[in-house]
Design a binder for this molecule. Sequence first.
Ligand SMILES: Cc1cc2nc3c(=O)[nH]c(=O)nc-3n(C[C@H](O)[C@H](O)[C@H](O)COP(=O)(O)OP(=O)(O)OC[C@H]3O[C@@H](n4cnc5c(N)ncnc54)[C@H](O)[C@@H]3O)c2cc1C
Length: 446
Amino acid sequence: MHKGDLTGIEIINRLAEQVWRRDVKRLEDHRALDLIPATDGSGLAGVLMLDMRTGEPLMVRSRATLLATGGGPTMYRYHTPSGDKSCDGMAMALRAGLPLRDMEMVQFHPTGLLAGPDTRMTGTVLEEGLRGAGGYLLDSTGERFMFAYDKRGERATRDIVSRSIQDRIRKGFATPNGGVWIEMKHLGPDRVRREFKGMVERCADCGFDLAGGRVEVVPTAHYMMGGTVFDTDCTTPMPNLYAAGEDTGGVHGANRLGGNGVANSTVYGGIAGDVMGVRVKPAGAFPEPDSATIEAALARAMTPLGKPSGDLDGVRRRLYDVMWDDVGILRTAEGLARGAESLAALQVDLAGMGVADGDRRYNLTWMDRLNLESLILVSRAICAAAQAREDSRGAHFREDFPTASDLATSRYTVSRLQDDSVDVAMEPVSFTRVRPGETLLHEAAE
Ligand SMILES: Cc1cc2nc3c(=O)[nH]c(=O)nc-3n(C[C@H](O)[C@H](O)[C@H](O)COP(=O)(O)OP(=O)(O)OC[C@H]3O[C@@H](n4cnc5c(N)ncnc54)[C@H](O)[C@@H]3O)c2cc1C
């Protein structure tokens, strides 16, 4: 499926039309707060939601629930997803005791627009096709540096280009705002305007000439390969809970290819719908939700209301700095230990901050505080998994362990929240299709 560069919007619109046409009952402007297990231990009993319009909680009881809140690494200084993506699904899964896998695998897109420090346009993605078509990446001296890192130059994979840019920046060759330049004009400005209309317009909106000049770019956090452990039929270790899309881990391994994010969420979203449709009992009693978990979830969400405010924006900026500097593209044991310490301190600081305006109706400061809580918790899981994984593979790069471990005996991380500590276990990778050393079919054909 493809429709220009608006495929995702097209999918969303068609799905929304079908929801309306079939008169599916929906809860608009409701935010999921926590997964609530059944009292009898039989699995999930439903989800505690918040009606953001009134600020009133609502316990939605269900026989089956699909976790699909879409990840989104917005805890990094530069990021592509919009701010409403706050890793709520993964945070809910952690609090419910569910295992998350591959959390260290955060994908950075090499070319985020660097429009300056005070605009949300910074971090927004400039598409891969620019490098694919032959765009140059240049450092502050105008040198085309990528061939010093990889023989494919700018066309190397996302992880390699992101690391190379970061290294170049760190070595003191950064452009005025702290990135590198992308240059397209050698391809002919008219061709660039024709083939990359959306990108040229996006840059022009911010005052930059992509077709005939240079535009500053920086790697930007784009996608989370890690997420909830799930099976290919979208079941999770918790009965009655299904998961699909960017909330899940394991679909892309250590590196996602462009285009496979939407493919993941549409394919597994479809599978989840099919499987749930067959397995969910159409009648019978709903599982009884555990009241102690509801109480705890309500206390977590409601306690800050009416309490003296803290500097939430300051917490967000510190989170950006910690994740970018210590848990970012190039990682070391020392930096990660510092990151873990800073994240623990941030969690404590946030816990002491209220939301002075106690009016629950569309209280966006309150929503922002909830966002930060999820982001800090999931950041801790990313940091802990990155500490545990002492090798480099795909998106995860440890400068102190720069090579990949032996593939045949390789392991992946599984993180769990236990007594407010993130515990990480290493599980052996099971090779079900291509075993290490085997030749892929297309290579054999070549
Ligand atoms: C800028 C950008 C460009 C991209 N380009 C591509 C591309 O070209 N090709 C590609 O394959 N992939 C691309 N991706 C990745 C792809 O868009 C995502 O992986 C995919 O949309 C994830 O789908 P999803 O259904 O899992 O989640 P989403 O599409 O993010 O949907 C999750 C929904 O859950 C809602 N939600 C979140 N938290 C809560 C909560 N607590 N309660 C209730 N609702 C909640 C969100 O508001 C959202 O509506 C891009 C991503 C970004 C950010």
